[in-house]
Design a protein around this ligand. Structure first.
Ligand SMILES: NC(=O)c1ccc[n+]([C@@H]2O[C@H](COP(=O)([O-])OP(=O)(O)OC[C@H]3O[C@@H](n4cnc5c(N)ncnc54)[C@H](O)[C@@H]3O)[C@@H](O)[C@H]2O)c1
Length: 331
């Protein structure tokens, strides 16, 4: 039996998803690639052996030959396209964030619950990254004692989409909001946002969050870090701490120096996470069994924090994170 996937958005992420499904997920057929830029869709289809190129997302979603959909178009299309997938009864792996607005996330929650079936997974792939997963397993076993704090750093060479601080909070930080919430198993209580006053318009954004479980989480998002793509983290527990480790396959000594190379973007750092995520998604769709991936509810929670973060940035105040009660459907 084959499982046919359609991908909407053939940019950096869409091309990478297509490559992963074509090369690294057995039993998959890439049925269609859709992009507003048909030349880009054609190139990805040629590179990966996808069967069709489609110009219009609804044509892909409604194609009876497509069993499931990956959304890798820009953020503003995520919620409307996810709603269209739910309406068509098709499982969807939607890139993060589900939306930059909670009201759109709530519409997705409502539609999914009305449909009566969990169809949505959000691409918060860090849950599948071996370093985060190992620290979570240590915490869950009690090895580190009670979790107290999580320090997170998220650095890009240059802004991928937009240099505004709001974008760092709404587009980049949701990865940290989600993975820290998942790691600590607690929702957030409040968020404060700071920026170094001497940093100009691309200054890093520094967030301090309190969880309902009493943990502190601090997040530096620096989308103009220049030196490399670098994601770090340290979980501080009562008995010890654990650092995330990026994949390192060789220690290089050269020219009287030891050299640590950084990737230019997120793909090499999270290559394993994307692979594991996509495999787990397909397996869940085929077996009906859940995986550690993020649900539409988790997507909503990340956006609720981001919205509070934008308000904290604007007002300079500590802002409470407001969430609706978790619907039973997502328990
Ligand atoms: N999970 C991660 O680690 C991760 C990393 C980077 C980006 N992302 C997310 O992935 C999404 C895509 O990011 P990207 O870096 O690939 O962007 P990109 O700009 O490289 O690609 C987006 C593509 O979507 C196409 N497009 C635009 N509007 C469209 C529409 N209405 N229908 C079909 N195609 C459309 C564009 O032509 C472009 O080819 C973003 O939402 C981003 O937040 C996730």
């Amino acid at each position: 039996m084959t499982f046919a996937i359609g991908i909407i958005g053939a940019g950096v992420m869409g091309a990478d998803h297509a490559r992963i499904f074509a090369e690294e997920v057995p039993g998959i057929v890439l049925q269609a690639i859709c992009d507003a830029d048909q030349g880009r869709a054609r190139k990805v289809a040629d590179d990966t052996g996808a069967r069709n190129v489609v110009g219009d997302p609804p044509a892909l979603i409604d194609d009876s030959a497509v069993d499931a959909v990956v959304i890798a178009a820009p953020d503003q299309f995520h919620a409307p396209l996810t709603l269209a997938c739910i309406a068509a009864g098709k499982p969807v792996l939607c890139e993060k964030p589900l939306s930059q607005q909670t009201k759109e996330c709530l519409a997705v929650l409502e539609a999914e619950e009305k449909r009566g079936k969990r169809l949505v997974q959000i691409g918060f792939m860090r849950r599948f990254d071996p370093s985060y997963a190992e620290i979570k397993a240590m915490l869950d076993r009690g090895d580190l004692g009670r979790a107290l704090m999580f320090h997170c750093f998220h650095r890009n060479v240059a802004p991928a989409y937009d240099f505004r601080a709001e974008m760092a909070i709404c587009n980049s930080a949701p990865h940290e909001f989600d993975v820290a919430r998942w790691m600590l198993d607690s929702d957030y209580k409040s968020i404060s946002v700071f920026r170094p006053p001497n940093g100009g318009e691309t200054a890093p954004v520094f967030m301090v969050l309190e969880t309902l479980g009493g943990h502190l989480v601090n997040i530096e998002v620096n989308i103009s870090a220049t030196y490399g793509y670098d994601v770090r983290g340290e979980l501080v527990g009562e008995k010890g701490t654990a650092f995330l480790r990026a994949p390192v396959h060789a220690d290089v000594n050269l020219g009287l120096k030891q050299i640590n190379a950084y990737p230019a973007d997120w793909r090499p750092r999270f290559v394993d996470a994307y692979r594991q995520q996509n495999r787990a998604w397909v397996k869940s769709v085929l077996t009906g069994k859940p995986n550690p991936g993020a649900s539409a509810w988790d997507g909503y929670c990340a956006t609720a924090v981001a919205e509070a973060g934008v308000e904290a940035l604007k007002t300079g105040k500590t802002v409470p994170v407001q969430q609706i009660a978790k619907p039973k459907f997502y328990s």
